[in-house]
Design a protein around this ligand. Structure first.
Ligand SMILES: C[S@@+](CC[C@H](N)C(=O)[O-])C[C@H]1O[C@@H](n2cnc3c(N)ncnc32)[C@H](O)[C@@H]1O
Length: 378
């Protein structure tokens, strides 16, 4: 893994690959999607129109265990897959047609196998698997996004009506939807597991004594950080319905001596005393820019001189047209999660960290699944 661009103070230094501070290292250039360049094919346009069908085909294959079966039995015949999934032959033909059309499954001489990317990312339980995120798309993003136009018009999360309960955000409502809470945190844990190896490998928080992981969820990042840095203490700060989940995971990981939980609201409660680093992982994208700056200022006020703030997120490039995976993650925050927020660009995060008062600044690119890491030093 490369660390891409490093910017400290006002000086920008680069390590390989050479890039500029306005380009997300490792991010897929917008042109590679074919969008906005006049190179889109009719088939790509049709794929966008039927994007919901594409997802349902992916979801059905996941539910029916097609990818793990083909992984364990490459070169299976359609009859064998029909038997394994319990589908009538004609139904399987429909599903396989969709999967082959999407390039997820390949057929050679009547034998089926996962395409390389499906083999790498769609087999559950494998490091690098995207499958933990599928249930969240199916059960939360999908129903919520049916209200996207209304959310755009009203400038708020109309899609939240699909998840009745107390509070104005999905996170508060999940307190009364335990099954969906499990689905949500499985997804976040899966997404974080893809990216947090980059956080640990960067060494950005390796010299810290005690990190508070604000909105730390089920503890996935705290556990990874504490495992990578044996001298480090980490406290997961989250809503009460979530810290219990983190507590159980920390116990299972055997890290209760160094990783703890702290229940609270990140806006109304103070961060724990004595920390010398604050982590915001997949947090600042939930809110509008002034709110993000407020949270960064709160981190600044909590930290001693030399203390660090780390921001881990999927990154938008500075021209705000890609990568498509990041751009398509943003509508969910408006329509469902919080009624605000976006997947922001490299320069936006940098400017907020500086605006909050941090004098040192570094960025780390080339993190998996379109992620980047920003580190400010007080
Ligand atoms: C998108 S998840 C990120 C989870 C984790 N940081 C990660 O990267 O996997 C957002 C987290 O923020 C928490 N959260 C949302 N609003 C909060 C608030 N007002 N106070 C504390 N935690 C909050 C949610 O419960 C959830 O765990």
């Amino acid at each position: 893994m490369t660390n891409g661009v490093t910017t400290t103070g006002t000086t920008t230094t680069t390590s390989t690959p050479v890039t500029t501070a306005t380009t997300a290292p490792g991010a897929t250039p917008a042109t590679s999607t074919g969008t906005g360049t006049g190179t889109m094919t009719e088939d790509q346009l049709g794929l966008i129109m039927q994007g919901h069908v594409a997802f349902q085909a992916l979801w059905a294959a996941h539910e029916l265990g097609v990818f793990p079966h083909l992984s364990a039995h490459p070169d299976a015949t359609a009859d064998e897959v029909a038997k394994e999934t319990g589908l009538p032959a004609s139904s399987l033909e429909v599903l396989l047609g969709a999967l082959r059309g999407l390039g997820l499954v390949e057929e050679h001489d009547g034998r089926l196998r996962n395409a390389p990317l499906a083999e790498e990312h769609l087999v559950p339980g494998r490091p690098g698997s995207y499958t933990p995120m599928l249930g969240w798309q199916r059960h939360i993003v999908y129903p919520g996004l049916s209200d996207f136009t209304a959310s755009l018009r009203e400038g708020t999360s109309v899609g939240l009506r699909n998840f009745p309960g107390p509070g104005d955000t999905l996170y508060h409502r999940l307190a009364v939807h335990p099954e969906l809470r499990g689905v949500f945190h499985e997804a976040m844990s899966g997404l974080s597991a893809l990216a947090n190896q980059g956080l640990s490998a960067s060494g950005a928080l390796g010299g810290s004594r005690h990190v508070v992981d604000v909105g730390g969820g089920d503890g996935t990042n705290a556990i990874a950080l504490a495992s990578a840095h044996p001298g480090l203490r980490v406290t997961v700060f989250d809503l009460p319905s979530v810290t219990e989940l983190a507590r159980q995971n920390i116990e299972r990981a055997g890290l209760t001596d160094r990783v703890g939980v702290h229940s609270g609201d990140m806006f109304t409660d103070t961060f724990p005393d004595g920390v010398d680093a604050v982590l915001f992982s997949h947090i600042l994208n939930i809110f509008d820019p002034p709110v993000s700056v407020t949270l960064l200022r709160k981190a600044y006020d909590t930290l001693p001189p030399g203390g660090k703030v780390a921001v881990l997120n999927m990154m938008q490039n500075d021209t705000k047209d890609g990568p498509a995976t990041t751009m398509l993650a943003a509508p969910y925050f408006l329509a469902v999660a919080s009624g605000q927020g976006r997947l922001y660009s490299w320069s936006e995060y940098e400017s907020w960290i500086r605006e909050a008062g941090f004098s040192g600044y570094e960025r780390f690119g080339d993190l998996p699944f379109f992620h980047g890491l920003h580190v400010g030093t007080r």
